[in-house]
Design a protein around this ligand. Structure first.
Ligand code: FEO
Length: 620
């Protein structure tokens, strides 16, 4: 019975999953299985991209037959001749004798090496940038030698902007009913396996992978269809950016991965103590027992982490067997560009440390921490300072990661001032009241904040054009009513959009009281009242800064304080600008309209006293 999935209207996944495979390629454990992806393009001509491993041949054949719906297969594009993708090629050639085999010259060689086939007459040889039109779709062939094997090529469908990427961007793990990376939590659940797949399969060939990344950067890609794992149709940059790091041997994680080989636990103990000391210094750590963790996992970790510590006991006057296997594996995968430190152990002749370092001699850009530690059977108290020194030396290399520097440079600014940034400050809104003789007055401000706790002191800034400003300057006393989100717009109009010089702002205002200093406060719409006595006055040009000691304070309600942003979003009505409105600027605070083509920089709103920065151009 078939089990297929639609990728797009005319592209169908006809692959299959294998969860019984013990080791992929005879070496890599795949506890979560693996998928073999094959794709059928159902255009005017039918095109199959690769086949599958022999283990899933039957399912694949059923899938393909169903997806073809009785049509014949016109083309098979052989992007990669490794048998996990080409095991069924000869069956298809027998089944569809007129089918053309689209491949490059190297692939043709490999087809002949793996099969006894009369293939020449069926082959359609393509080279870099050749195209094949299949009706609606145009396929562009891009050579990707050594993105695992030398014959590898990828295919770009410029109609759907889909990249059939062969082994690139693949992942271990069966698909479990999903097909797209956005159907699963890829970063959390699959990125480690994508890294393990990449590093072990193509990690040695970073330069070639980088070349493919460069080529594919020149085309717009909306979907990536790899031969293993999930299809990428969203967040493509997540996986592409990882490939950019991996192919350049750049670490993803700045921290220390400790791999240890320990027969009786003493080397392990030293490694644990080092890890604890690093953590105490705020350095991230991870640990692997090389005798139980598959080498492919540690190779993957070596591509992820910036620093590696190798702790190994000596065995037969050599590096311990599992550690030696790991290091050989790392060398085979082009291990480079990392900082390493060594702990060795040996009860009578410790040699492991020197031998490990010798193995790294020809690796590119390996920084060795000189404070190696050599144990005799077990770590003793007197050697703890040596572990400390190693931890310090490792720590000293973490001052600034290359990624952090790159990020810093990318985010460098040019020193300009965008005054709108001020609106990102979270202001409250307040009615500040004062009393001079019998005259009560108040105005709206957004500039009250607490300065100190002991003494309890606040600051207030008021525009010099406000009458309340003059009253506070004279009397040195004021009240602050902290406005709540329930404050209606008319309260802001009453205290913000008219001048106390020629109006009594408290006429018909039936929600007031007086504090002990005799000044009015708002008993409604405020959630807290603060009375203060001015101790210091600072001239700030257009405004005056009053620093004042709190003389009385009490809470009126648990309502939330209104913020400047809340006022704009929920209280202030949208300015009504008629179609006939002349060119001009509207005050965002009170909707006052200034008519004219140019608003002077020093313009102050006659209603609310806000400056030019609070005006916006009227759009007719
Ligand atoms: Fe899955 Fe290189 O083949």
């Amino acid at each position: 019975m078939h089990c297929i999935k639609n990728v797009t209207k005319d592209l169908i996944w006809v692959g299959a999953n294998d969860r019984r495979l013990f080791v992929f390629e005879g070496v890599y454990s795949v506890p979560d299985g693996v998928s073999y992806n094959s794709y059928l393009l159902n255009d005017e001509k039918t095109v199959l991209f690769d086949t599958v491993d022999k283990a899933v041949r039957q399912r694949f054949m059923e899938n393909l037959a169903f997806a073809l719906k009785g049509k014949k297969l016109d083309y098979i594009v052989v992007q990669h001749m490794e048998p996990d993708h080409s095991a069924v090629l000869s069956d298809l050639i027998a089944l569809y004798p007129k089918m053309k085999v689209v491949c490059n010259a190297k692939t043709l060689e490999f087809i002949k090496q793996f099969n006894d086939l009369d293939i020449d007459s069926k082959a359609l040889i393509v080279k870099e940038n050749d195209t094949l039109n299949t009706g609606k779709h145009t396929l562009n062939f891009i050579m990707a030698p050594m993105v695992h094997w030398p014959e590898v090529m990828v295919t770009y469908d410029s109609t759907d902007k889909t990249l059939f990427s062969a082994d690139a961007f693949g992942c271990f793990g069966a698909l479990n009913g999903a097909l797209f990376s956005d159907e699963v939590d890829f970063n959390k659940d699959y990125m480690d396996e994508a890294r393990r797949y990449y590093t072990n399969i193509a990690g040695k060939y970073g330069q070639q992978v980088d070349a493919l990344l460069q080529k594919s950067a020149s085309v717009e890609i909306e979907m990536i269809c790899p031969l293993h794992g999930f299809i990428w149709r969203k967040n493509i940059k997540d996986i592409v950016s990882k490939y950019a790091l991996w192919s350049n041997y750049e670490p993803e994680e700045y921290g220390v991965a400790i791999a240890y080989a320990s027969v009786y636990g003493n080397t392990e103990n030293a490694a644990e103590i080092l890890a604890c000391k690093l953590r105490e210094k705020g350095i991230k750590t991870t640990m692997f027992d090389v005798s139980v963790t598959p080498s492919s996992n540690i190779v993957s970790a070596a591509f992820k982490w910036s620093h590696l510590v190798f702790a190994s006991t000596t065995y037969n006057a050599e590096i311990f067997v599992s550690m030696e296997a790991l290091i050989n594996d790392l060398l085979a995968h082009n291990f480079q560009n990392r900082t390493v430190a060594i702990i060795e152990n040996g009860s009578w002749a410790a040699t492991a440390g020197g031998l490990i370092l010798k193995k790294f001699e020809n690796c590119k850009n390996i920084r060795v921490i000189e404070n190696s530690v050599s144990l005799k059977s077990s770590l003793k108290n007197e050697q703890i300072p040596e572990i400390d020194l190693m931890a310090d030396a490792l720590c000293n290399t973490f001052e600034k990661s290359a990624i952090a520097v790159k990020e810093e440079n990318k985010n460098a600014t040019n020193g300009s001032i965008d005054t709108k940034t001020m609106f990102k400050l979270s202001y409250g809104l307040f009615v500040v009241t004062a009393k001079d003789g019998k005259k009560d007055n108040g105005c709206i401000v957004n500039t009250v904040s607490q300065l100190t706790d002991k003494p309890l002191r606040i600051s207030l800034t008021v525009n010099k054009a406000n009458f309340t400003h003059d009253m506070i300057t004279k009397t040195k006393e004021f009240n602050v009513s902290v406005m709540s989100e329930s404050t209606p717009f008319n309260v802001f109009e009453r205290f913000g959009f008219q001048s106390g010089k020629n109006t009594d702002k408290f006429t018909d205002c039936n929600y007031t009281g007086r504090t002990a200093n005799g000044i009015l406060y708002l008993s409604q719409y405020s959630n807290g009242i603060i009375s203060a006595k001015v101790s210091q006055i600072v001239d700030c040009g257009t405004h005056t800064l009053f620093i004042a000691d709190v003389t009385e304070a009490f809470i009126l309600s648990d309502d939330k304080s209104v913020t400047y942003q809340y006022y704009f979003d929920h209280i202030k009505p949208a300015p009504k600008v008629s179609k006939e409105q002349k060119a001009g600027f509207v005050c965002k605070i009170c909707a006052y309209v200034y008519e004219g083509d140019v608003l002077p920089d020093d313009f102050i709103c006659p209603l609310c006293k806000h400056g030019a920065a609070d005006f916006e151009k009227i759009k007719n």
